[in-house]
Design a protein around this ligand. Structure first.
Ligand SMILES: NC(=O)c1ccc[n+]([C@@H]2O[C@H](COP(=O)([O-])OP(=O)(O)OC[C@H]3O[C@@H](n4cnc5c(N)ncnc54)[C@H](OP(=O)(O)O)[C@@H]3O)[C@@H](O)[C@H]2O)c1
Length: 235
């Protein structure tokens, strides 16, 4: 897949990593639908702006009807709060699952026929190292990202025969306002060597996505995933 010839839709493009991904796609020459719940907040010259709330079925359906030329779907939007599973509010726990899991799934179900019609195309799901290492204060988010990882693997299997590439982007620490505020509130250390600038990360991740990689992990995510297979600290 060549991103300079692609038509890409990015969710949550008004800020953070979504803004960086959409901006980098425009720089590469792609046609870009930069979507947001509040489209008036999207400021990306060269992008076409669409209103989209991934947890609202009517909104998802309207976006799929409006963007029938898409061949690259980037599922970035997410509520990244949620608190802890045992002591947190159930409404927040449901909200974090709603955007990360059900919202991403709704987008994939709505756009899979479009991707197939346009030659197969590709999906990039933005996961998190939190899928593999949970953080006290936000265990609900970690559980939702674990579910989204399972979703990504399942969808890859199901869409393989349509020729749709399904890639998991698994960053760990991105210097967006949301992370910086969470780190300050929870006294979470942010080691400089593991903290990514959103624009730099978007560029390197899109290079790997374009090269056809199935999983794009940063160093911290690689360490986290290694512990799952029993190949972490003990070796
Ligand atoms: N920052 C990190 O350290 C980090 C690390 C690993 C993975 N990630 C992942 O990277 C992605 C982006 O993170 P970020 O730090 O850039 O987040 P962010 O700055 O908090 O931005 C989240 C984006 O998602 C949008 N959004 C939330 N719920 C939505 C919904 N229902 N429909 C449409 N848009 C919705 C937000 O829109 P509003 O402005 O309207 O709220 C915003 O544009 C997320 O998937 C996150 O899990 C982040």
């Amino acid at each position: 897949m060549k991103l300079n010839e692609a038509t890409a839709l990015v969710t949550g493009a008004n800020r953070g990593l979504g803004f960086a991904l959409a901006t980098d796609l425009v720089r590469r020459g792609a046609k870009v639908y930069a979507t947001a719940r509040r489209p008036e907040l999207v400021d990306i010259p060269g992008a076409e702006v669409l209103r989209l709330d991934i947890t609202d079925p009517d909104s998802v359906e309207a976006a799929a009807a409006a963007a029938r030329d898409v061949d690259v779907l980037i599922n970035n939007a997410a509520f990244t709060g949620g608190g802890n599973l045992v002591t947190g509010e159930m409404d927040s726990i449901r909200a974090v699952m709603d955007s990360n899991y059900y919202g991403t799934l709704a987008m994939i179900r709505a756009f899979a026929p479009t991707l197939a019609r346009n030659g197969g195309g590709a999906i990039l799901n933005v996961l998190s190292g939190a899928a593999w290492v949970t953080v006290d204060g936000n265990t609900a988010y970690a559980a939702a990202k674990s579910a989204e990882w399972g979703l990504t693997n399942g969808v890859r299997l199901e869409l393989a025969d349509r020729g749709t590439q399904v890639t998991a982007m698994v960053p760990s620490l991105i210097a967006t306002r949301t992370l910086l505020d969470f780190a300050e509130e929870h006294d979470l250390p942010l080691p400089e060597e593991d903290l990514h600038d959103p624009a730099d990360l978007a560029r390197t991740a899109l290079d790997a996505f374009e090269a056809g990689e199935e999983e794009i992990l940063d160093a911290m995510a690689k360490r986290a995933k290694a512990t799952l297979a029993g190949t972490g600290a003990e070796q």
